[in-house]
Design a protein around this ligand. Structure first.
Ligand SMILES: Nc1nc(=O)c2c([nH]1)NC[C@@H]1CN(c3ccc(C(=O)N[C@@H](CCC(=O)O)C(=O)O)cc3)CN21
Ligand SMILES: CC(C)C(=O)C(=O)O
Ligand SMILES: [Mg+2]
Length: 276
């Protein structure tokens, strides 16, 4: 392959088997949500391993109060934006509420749309042993699947709120069995959301595929955050999130300066204007 001057060569793409190899080497995996092309490009260039087009775009992009109203068509639009912008990262798309639960065939039909129409490299959906047959059909059909256990926001109305899952001996055993069922069905990784850190550490040790934690302590093989939480853009974030920047402050300062310069006439200056 010849290199075009001024263009860096395409980096080696992250594939699902690389995540398992990283776990074997003891390397931590980084994952972030992304909902649009420019942020996906920034995260990809910064070396983020996995970009999740999360159904969290419901609250973080559309301003809904939950992820429940998100549609497959919305997921397709955003996933296409993200896959078109990345060169290295693995792009995983969430299957939204109501688009996979009823049967493995239901999940397959939705996942095929995300791959064909949006270029997703893999899909993720919520649930344990109950969706193991769904995972098995998809992986057997060439669609890599990431599992999602613990607090599963699409089931908030059954779980009785946004709360930590897997507390107590029985619940911990149940969650461990769910994780093993997903792995056995072919899942290439499992997200653990709001799980006690010691339980997440135990599941991480038991599984050969990587665990990716969010509110699940430091012993998971990787971490994921919703990007506006990570960047300090959200007006509210869960306790488990950390803001690594102050995008809300930076954006507020930029728009305040813009408004002031338009009102004072300082913008546009000559260099922003055209001669005859
Ligand atoms: N901005 C954002 N960050 C997220 O992590 C996130 C979303 N949105 N949307 C989709 C799901 C929903 N998630 C959520 C939403 C709310 C809580 C929450 O209310 N947590 C409380 C109490 C938790 C407890 O102590 O049991 C908190 O104060 O953090 C947690 C996770 C995680 N995901
Ligand atoms: C929080 C992550 C794991 C997610 O499912 C989402 O962003 O939708
Ligand atoms: Mg999600």
């Amino acid at each position: 392959m010849s290199e075009v001057p001024g263009h860096s060569p395409a980096p080696r793409r992250v594939r699902v088997h690389h995540l398992r190899e990283a776990k074997e080497r003891g390397e931590r995996l980084t994952m972030l949500t992304a909902y649009d092309a420019p942020t996906a490009q920034v995260f990809d260039e910064a070396g983020t391993d996995v970009l999740l087009v999360g159904d969290s775009l419901g609250d973080n992009f559309y301003g809904y109060s939950t992820t429940v109203p998100v549609t497959v068509d919305q997921m397709i639009h955003h996933t296409r934006a993200v896959t078109g912008a990345v060169r290295r990262a693995l792009v995983v798309a969430d299957l939204p509420f109501g688009s996979y639960e009823a049967s493995p065939v239901h999940a397959h039909a939705t996942a095929v749309r995300l791959m064909k129409e949006a270029g997703a490299h893999a899909v993720k959906f919520e649930g344990g042993r109950r969706v193991a047959p769904h995972v098995e059909l998809l992986t057997g059909s060439g669609i890599p699947v990431m599992g999602h256990l613990g607090f599963t926001p699409q089931s908030e109305n059954v779980l009785g709120g946004k709360r930590v899952q897997g507390r107590g001996q029985e619940a911990a055993e149940h969650l461990t069995e769910d994780a093993l069922a997903l792995q056995e069905a072919g899942a290439f990784a499992v997200v653990l959301e709001m799980v006690p850190a010691p339980l997440a550490a135990q599941v991480t040790e038991v599984l050969t595929v990587p665990t990716i934690g969010i509110g699940a302590g430091a012993q998971c093989d990787g971490q994921v955050l919703v990007w506006p939480d990570m960047a300090g853009l959200s007006d509210w974030s869960p306790r488990f999130a950390k803001a690594f920047g102050d995008l809300r402050g930076a954006l507020g300062a930029a728009v305040t300066a813009y408004n002031a310069e338009v009102r004072s006439g300082a913008f546009p200056a000559d260099e922003h204007s055209f001669d005859n």
